[in-house]
Design a protein around this ligand. Structure first.
Ligand code: MRU
Length: 363
């Protein structure tokens, strides 16, 4: 079973510090909203769903620290915290989804029971329930995704859309974990994912921990493997899917999708519905995070490029909807036309299957 990435323990958030993996499995606790912002910005916690969940607790921590005696004052403090946390990273829509959900929860509770402590307690319960929900959603993605896999398949994944990017089960890796349990003997090629190596540091680590056969490759080797017929399908996660089905994900995803189309290989995107952004019509409207130059000019503290070289470091790219074979969500597999299937999926009530319910009970 994948490790728990985020948990609420002893009145604080405990996260696995992903910036130190795989050399060290260190857990750190976050007690303040500032620490949450910092952890998200510095990639101690990363991956769209995990960012959202951590930020939700960040809102609670801000509310807990608030000195407000009146509910209106508390609501202003909560809004201020949400606005601040929203500046941690710009691309993953799950961050904004989670913050809005926490703000809505506070307002609804305040309207029903205008008491400061009651609103704070409601926020903590909401953030905790988002973790339970994430587990149910990811497991459901896992079972739906499993229907696309066959024993003995060779898969390719990019970045980390595993347990570490969510509360526990992952999105793109959830079907792989379930297939592995059922003895599918898959081989998963893992793109190292320059510049920050989420593939090499995180995906390779978590697949290895789970006993899945993982093979690490450099990003620029993927095309060669496809050409040699060594990849049967590609599964990636996403930070945001726009209303037309464009997929915003870790830089390098678009190149993989183009290669997959050229070689006739299915290209799947696994995503919870909290990553679907119907308010944004197409991928080119999404703000693409640009990160520090030193992610490219140095590799783990060692300078690898000349001083003063100009650098461009976009962290995400946009894969046009037409290159995506299907999307795996908690309410099923979505196919083209995306405008229709995404809108329908967003409005479908999520029902946990018996398999997921049982699985959650057992864990
Ligand atoms: O910069 P990161 O590591 O936060 O980027 C993460 C990704 O691109 C993931 O594929 C995506 O967030 C899905 S995580 C389940």
């Amino acid at each position: 079973m994948p490790v728990k990435t985020i948990r609420w323990d002893d009145d604080r958030i405990v996260i696995i510090d992903q910036s130190r993996l795989p050399l060290e499995t260190a857990y750190i606790s976050l007690d303040t909203c500032d620490q949450v912002w910092e952890a998200i910005r510095r990639l101690k916690v990363r991956g769209a769903p995990a960012i959202g969940l951590t930020a939700a607790f960040g809102v609670y921590l801000a509310a807990r620290a608030s000195k407000a005696t009146e509910v209106e004052e508390l609501l202003s403090d909560i809004d201020r915290a949400a606005k601040y946390l929203a500046t941690a990273r710009p691309t993953a829509v799950n961050l904004f989804w989670a913050l809005r959900r926490m703000q809505k929860c506070a307002r609804q509770k305040a309207a029903a029971i205008p008491d400061v402590e009651t609103v704070k307690a409601a926020l903590l319960a909401e953030a905790q329930s988002m973790i339970q929900e994430d587990n149910a959603v990811c497991l459901s993605i896992g079972y739906h995704g499993l229907t696309l896999l066959r024993p003995g398949m060779n898969l390719l994944t990019h970045c980390n859309a595993g347990g570490l990017g969510t509360a526990q089960w992952g999105t793109a890796l959830a079907p792989i974990y379930l297939a592995h349990e059922q003895g599918y003997s898959l081989r998963v090629y893992v793109d190292e994912t320059r510049p920050v190596l989420q593939g090499a540091r995180l995906t390779a680590w978590e697949l290895q921990q789970a006993g899945v056969h993982a093979v690490l490759i450099c990003d620029n080797m993927a095309g060669f493997l496809m050409q040699r017929g060594r990849i049967d399908a590609i599964i990636v996660g996403t930070d945001r899917v726009t209303a037309n089905g464009d997929v915003v994900n870790k830089i390098g995803t678009y190149s993989l999708a183009v290669l997959a189309r050229h070689h006739g290989i299915p290209f799947y995107v696994a995503a919870p519905r909290s990553s679907i952004d119907l308010e944004t019509s197409k991928g080119e409207m999404v703000t693409i995070e640009e990160r520090d130059a030193d992610e490219i000019t140095s590799a783990f503290g060692v300078r690898t490029a000349p001083q003063d070289i100009e650098v461009y470091n976009p962290a995400f790219d946009v894969t046009p909807a037409e290159l995506v074979t299907a999307m795996i969500t908690e309410v099923g597999i979505l196919r083209h036309p995306c405008e229709v299937s995404l809108a329908e999926a967003k409005h479908t009530a999520f029902k946990m299957s018996e398999a997921v319910r049982k699985r959650l009970e057992d864990t």
